[in-house]
Design a binder for this molecule. Structure first.
Ligand code: MN
Length: 287
């Protein structure tokens, strides 16, 4: 199942072909979620309820008319992640390019993932694919980083690799936009609009093997990044084991798995096209 959020916080099931996707509005299912009083829950309530609600979501989609997706404003498919966990250098060739280029490493010691561990991005940086990335520091280098994103579905506290994928609700395409410089990653990658998630959430049953997905990022039609997740140094399951060793992952948490080689700057007016096989494609403007 492919779930999107669109327009005024509506929920949709995406069907149809990749050339002409359509959305079936299933917003009514949100009435089945618990109503909350302060304090709010520590997780994303819709993602937590998905396993229970899924049959009713499918039935609502069957009965709802098909709306062409191209006319809709897509929001991030996860509304309220509590954490955005991200992998630093997790492709060998990206490590090599980062070490070789002063405008990438800025004299900082860029360690591969087995030494550096993971970092966090501010949740306030999250946008959907229909909103533009707004360059915050035009005097600096602002790079695109396409990444496979795993969305956590169930609580994961110190889980082992062999259990890890059972905690994944699904996958989406992520852009980990980055200001290059000497500051901590948690600052440089947390500017408003510097975390793009879309175009929708593909549930994990449709992607049994996240370690064999072709991905590509183009800027203004020119390919900049292209690889397969087969080249990840640490796969999704290993990243979940690592993250959950330090903190409990909860439903809706996002796990950005790292970007391949080919990172490069974008400027206002550019359009990024990001594709991952088995998920889909999204076009994101830079302003
Ligand atoms: Mn990244």
């Amino acid at each position: 199942m492919r779930l999107c959020r669109f327009e005024d916080n509506r929920l949709g099931v995406v069907r149809g072909t990749s050339e002409a996707p359509v959305v079936h509005d299933v917003t009514r299912i949100l009435e089945a979620l618990p109503s909350f009083r302060y304090p709010l829950p520590d997780h994303d309530p819709l993602i937590a309820a998905l396993p229970v609600l899924r049959p009713r979501i499918e039935a609502l989609a069957d009965a709802a008319p098909a709306i062409p997706l191209k006319d809709l404003r897509l929001l991030p498919p996860v509304a309220s992640p509590r954490k955005i966990v991200a992998a630093p250098v997790n492709y060998r060739l990206h490590h090599e390019e980062a070490l070789a280029d002063e405008t990438l490493h800025h004299g900082t010691n860029i360690l591969p993932i087995d030494k550096a561990g993971l970092f966090l991005k501010a949740t306030s940086s999250l946008i959907g694919p229909s909103d533009p990335v707004v360059i915050r520091f035009p005097e600096a280098r602002n790079d695109h980083e396409i990444e496979l994103v795993a969305v956590i579905g169930t609580r994961a506290d110190r889980v082992s690799q062999d259990q890890a994928l059972s905690h994944v609700a699904g996958y989406a395409i992520g852009l980990d936009m980055t200001v290059r410089g000497t500051q901590e990653r948690s600052m440089r990658k947390s500017c408003d609009s510097y975390t793009v998630l879309g175009p929708w959430l593909v549930t994990a049953d449709e992607i049994p093997d996240p370690s064999a997905l072709e991905m590509q990022l183009m800027v203004n039609g020119e390919t900049r990044q292209r690889t397969s997740t087969a080249n990840l140094l640490r796969q999704v399951a290993a990243l979940i084991e690592k993250a959950s060793a330090f903190y409990t992952l909860v439903p809706g948490d996002l796990l950005f798995t790292g970007t391949p080689e080919g990172v490069a700057p974008v400027v206002a007016g550019d359009v990024m096209t990001a594709r991952i096989a088995g998920i889909g494609e999204m076009k994101v403007a830079v302003r």
